[in-house]
Design a protein around this ligand. Structure first.
Ligand code: PLP
Length: 393
């Protein structure tokens, strides 16, 4: 009667253990200041055009002549059109009819496996955002892991020894901040097309890309026949608490005679009743020139914090990736420490909190995630303390 596969899912230990150790430290050192460099949430507010749009739409809901009840399950056409325009600004054609508005990337990433059988062979990079693994383990699907390591820049590529049907890719990645270039993504698209696999591409951090690597998998020819792209306004526009995202399921994606777009529409219209109208109006405002400029200001600020962190790691001669097209920096723990040993030592000696890499998978052991969502000053202070401690020896 009960789904015992829930027993296969590792307990979510990482952030509760971080909180427990921080609490212990606070009790022992009530007078010491702590800097949080482990935050995975945004810290800057919504920009004014977005707030104004949400307020105006909320007011509409209070008037008989503008009130709206249930909206279209796939999202309002005005928002799907705006998202399609955003893709166009990246030089990519995505038909509004292929776009599904959601309450965020996590729900869609968790729900998309409904389109696949429970014996479908899933491939997930390690280390990675744990939702991909946990959602498949809950359904009892066999999961294989793909090693992301320092040697491959934490950007593993396919080879013919792989036997995967459903492949998760995240670029720029969480936790590593590493982003695939065109050649790397082309390899994946070619693999998926040759093997009739499907790529679930998580582009939640695309708006941080400044280096010219692809911001969408649809920059790669043929991706519309093998890839679903999941994106979110959480990091793009500070919507972590407002909740809105979007997923592209191209109508050209067909496997075993089944059209995945039609299946997803059927699934969503059966199990979901859309996203709040004021939130969709707020999301529409993100894609106006004023909205895009406001969001860019926040992302630029996060990237400045990331640059502060990167500079100090460079000075210290510590290997890292990320931080250029991403709010995350993924550093090797100094002195051969394991992830938790470095967490404890950094906390004790510098009063800085980060995230142990081992919490994101086996290959994360010996690495550590720093995030740039704390302000620039906080980042500078945290890194000065880390450098001071490491140089003291
Ligand atoms: N994908 C990745 C890689 C993430 O890091 C996160 C959130 O941290 C999400 C998806 C979830 O995004 P959302 O807030 O849209 O659910």
């Amino acid at each position: 009667m009960i789904n015992h596969h829930f027993d296969d899912v590792p307990r979510s230990y990482l952030f509760s253990e971080v909180a427990r150790r921080v609490q212990t430290y606070r009790q022992a050192h009530p007078d010491k200041s702590l800097i949080h460099m482990g935050i995975g949430d945004v810290t800057r507010p919504l920009c004014p055009p977005v707030v104004q749009a949400m307020q105006a739409a909320s007011a509409e809901q209070g008037q008989a002549d503008s009130f709206r009840g249930y909206g279209p399950e796939q999202g309002y056409p005005f928002l799907r059109q705006a998202i399609s325009g955003y893709y166009e600004s990246m030089g990519v054609q995505v038909d509004p009819a292929d776009i599904f508005v959601s309450d965020g990337a996590k729900s869609d990433l968790g729900n998309l496996p409904d389109l696949f059988t429970t014996d479908c062979r899933v491939l997930i990079p390690d280390p990675v955002y744990p939702v991909y693994r946990d959602t498949n383990l809950m359904a009892g699907r066999p999961v294989a892991y793909l090693d992301a390591t320092r040697e491959n820049g934490f950007l593993p590529l396919p080879d013919d020894s792989l036997d995967a049907q459903l492949i998760y890719l995240c670029s720029p990645g969480n936790p590593t901040g590493a982003a695939y270039d065109k050649a790397g993504l082309t390899r994946w698209v070619e693999y998926a097309r040759e093997h009739d696999a499907v790529i679930l591409y998580d582009a939640a951090y695309e708006s941080f890309i400044r280096s010219g690597v692809p911001r969408t998998i649809y920059e790669i020819p043929g991706a519309e026949e093998c890839a679903i792209e999941v994106c979110s306004l959480s990091k793009t526009a500070g919507f972590t608490g407002t909740r809105c995202g979007y997923t592209v399921v191209p109508r050209t994606l067909v496997r075993e005679g089944m059209n995945l777009h039609d299946m997803w529409l059927r699934r969503q219209s059966t199990k979901m009743n859309g996203v709040a109208y004021p939130v969709q109006r707020a999301a529409e405002a993100v894609f106006t020139p004023a909205g895009l400029a406001g969001c860019r200001e926040s992302i630029d600020a996060y990237l400045r914090s990331a640059a502060v962190v990167a500079r100090v790691l460079d000075d210290l001669g510590i290997w890292y990736c990320g931080g250029k097209d991403s709010p995350y920096l993924w550093m090797e723990c100094p002195r051969g420490m394991d992830s938790w040993a470095f967490f404890d030592a950094l906390l004790e000696n510098a009063g800085v909190v980060g995230t142990p890499g081992s919490g994101f998978g086996r290959n994360g052991e010996g690495y550590f995630r720093l995030s740039a969502f704390a302000g620039e000053q906080q980042a500078a202070e945290a890194m000065a303390r880390m450098a001071d401690w490491l140089r003291r020896g």
